[in-house]
Design a protein around this ligand. Structure first.
Ligand SMILES: Cc1ncc(COP(=O)(O)O)c(C=O)c1O
Length: 408
């Protein structure tokens, strides 16, 4: 495993705090504002000419002192040349792809990507005449065989947030660099605490700060971090050209979330693993998909590239009907039903994987769990009393793997 996360801990606490401490609050302010005023036309022109740069106050849509500070914090954590904040994780993904692709390009997308990434590629990008091809997320360096002269970008996720295969990040990034193809990785699951994908050769790291970073299910935000300064400039100009903008309150919430991110992720990891191992022992469970468990797909890459695991994982229950799964989910009292994850609350969601490169042929019913900060013994007791609903003999077992259900 990579080295421990102690320096990250210092950055999380100390970055983005005022340099002059005398009489200053330790937090970033909620900085509201649109117009920025100048004393001279020369100062105005200077700001206008550099308005795409982090730190230049020109007009609210381009950012402000607090959002620049958060971008710097995240750039430090990710060892990035630059970071641009967006209004959501989906905006970070779609704007990155928009910035890097043009009509006629070929885009390779891992088959396990988040549902809205797939939806964006299949709708907006397809309409732009980008040729979208899905690949097996466990292909690794074998992706070389899929490259064409017009391949411009490889988009992948570590791990897939519905089916949890952990890809060979470095293997894919190496092949892409050799071929002059850009890589975009959705690294939301591990976040800045447990993985640094830019150090593994990824060009653009995107994630949803709506999950663990803000951490309290009260904030929407996305992050685009680039390894290279020129690419950062291209991405930032695209975000600004579209007019995407992170709210000031969200900047405050995300920067506050960063202060406790490591602690929350360590607790989520511990509770998540405890619950995953416990579920693995239950009769109704066929398999647990959790990158930190040895038989989970891509476990060895997770072990090589990450220092820890989030509290989000999947469980494949033995074949049973959708009705049985729904009855099980409805019976849970400590797990709420809802999209998203990475907040304080436990969540449960049935998932129907969508696949294009290779059919999802795993028999059984997939259910995703986000383990929150409730007492784990209470969570187990809750599951224990609902699990028998999956055994009921009255309903014929069915498999429906062709329905598209977006999971956030
Ligand atoms: C892996 C992953 N990436 C991106 C997103 C999108 O983030 P947001 O909800 O902030 O748009 C989500 C969830 O919503 C996600 O699970």
């Amino acid at each position: 495993m990579p080295e421990n996360t102690s320096c990250i801990a210092n950055t999380l606490v100390q970055a983005g705090r005022p340099e002059h401490r005398q009489g200053r609050q330790v937090n970033l302010p909620i900085e509201l504002g649109s117009t920025v005023v100048f004393d001279t036309i020369e100062a105005f022109e200077q700001a206008r000419d550099h308005r795409y740069e982090t730190g230049v106050n020109y007009y609210g849509r381009y950012g402000n002192t607090a959002s620049f500070e958060l971008e710097r914090m995240l750039a430090t954590l990710e060892h990035a040349a630059g970071v641009t904040l967006t209004s959501s994780g989906v905006a970070a993904i779609s704007l990155s792809l928009l910035a890097l692709l043009k009509p006629g390009d070929h885009l390779l997308v891992a088959d396990h990507v988040y549902g809205n990434t797939r939806a964006f590629c299949d709708s907006v990008l397809a309409r732009m005449n980008v040729s979208v091809e899905y690949f097996d997320p466990m292909t690794g360096a074998g992706i070389r065989k899929l490259l064409r002269p017009e391949t411009a970008v490889i988009m992948f996720e570590a791990p897939g947030s519905g089916t949890f295969e952990f890809p060979d990040i470095a293997g894919i990034a190496r092949v892409a660099r050799q071929a002059g193809v850009s890589t975009v990785l959705d690294g939301t699951w591990a976040g800045p605490v447990f993985c640094q994908p830019l150090d593994l050769g990824v060009d653009v790291l995107v994630y949803s700060a709506s999950k663990y970073i803000s951490g309290h299910s009260d904030c929407m935000m996305g992050v685009i971090a680039s390894a290279d300064a020129d690419m950062h400039g291209t991405l930032r100009r695209t975000v600004m050209a579209i007019g995407d903008k992170t709210g000031s309150q969200e900047v405050f919430l995300a920067s506050r979330g960063l202060r406790t991110l490591k602690m929350r992720m360590l607790v989520a990891q511990q509770a998540g693993l405890e619950m995953a191992r416990w579920l693995n022992q239950q009769d109704q469970v066929k398999r647990v998909l959790h990158p930190a468990l040895p038989d989970s797909p891509g476990h060895r890459f997770w072990k090589r590239d990450c220092t820890g695991a989030a509290g989000l994982f999947g469980v494949i229950f033995h074949p049973c009907s959708d009705t049985q799964v729904n009855n099980f989910v409805n019976a849970l009292e400590h797990f709420a039903i809802g999209v998203s994850w990475g907040g304080f609350e436990s969540l449960v969601l049935p998932v129907k994987p969508v696949r294009s490169a290779r059919a999802w042929d795993e028999a059984g019913q997939l259910v995703r769990f986000n383990i929150g900060f409730e007492d784990t013994e209470s969570l187990k007791a809750d599951l224990q009393s609902a699990l028998p609903l999956l055994n009921s003999q009255t309903d014929t077992a069915t498999q429906e793997v062709d329905t598209y259900v977006e999971q956030d």
